[in-house]
Design a protein around this ligand. Structure first.
Ligand code: HEC
Length: 135
């Protein structure tokens, strides 16, 4: 029995290690999945509602038919809250976003804004990275 426990413990440990390793190679940072309850809700909302158009990472996935979908990755949290609230209250009217923001509670708006604002990106100066003019 004790042996089995040790084996199980070993497996869960190696699993945790490989998870960590995977995140490290993808992002260059060590990430532990320790999302708070509100951030988990923000992630769930992003996954089920927003990702079709804005992507899980906030980079526009062009799901919104022919309309232009903005990138919202790493945007300031307060900015996202302001925009989503403006859509929800009707201060800004948009065929898609007005409906979508209407589906979100105030807590959802806060949580999903937290999710997208917490994404880290790198900024490159176009002078440094473009060898040809952009189209
Ligand atoms: C069907 C596609 C679609 C979905 C799903 C969607 N959006 Fe949007 N979103 C858009 C489009 C298109 C715009 C541009 C609206 C405009 O021009 O006013 C936009 C604009 C926004 C803006 C304003 C950005 C800015 O800088 O003005 C925010 C913030 C935003 N969306 C957040 C979200 C969040 C959060 C969700 C999920 C809860 C979501 N969107 C789901 C299509 C979508």
């Amino acid at each position: 029995m004790k042996k089995l426990f040790i084996i199980l413990l070993f497996f869960s440990f190696t699993n945790a290690m490989s998870e960590e390793k995977k995140s490290k190679t993808e992002t260059g940072a060590t990430i532990k999945s320790n999302l708070s309850a509100s951030l988990q809700n923000g992630k769930a909302k992003a996954q089920t509602i927003c990702s079709a158009c804005h992507g899980m990472n906030g980079v526009a996935a062009s799901g919104g038919n022919s309309v232009i979908v903005p990138n919202i990755t790493a945007q300031h949290k307060d900015y996202l809250i302001k925009k989503l609230t403006d859509y929800k209250t009707g201060k800004i009217q948009h065929p898609q976003m007005t409906v979508i923001a209407g589906m979100l509670s105030e807590a959802d708006i806060e949580n999903v804004s937290e999710w997208y604002s917490r994404i880290k990106i790198r900024i490159f100066d176009p002078n440094l990275v473009l060898s040809e003019p952009s189209q």
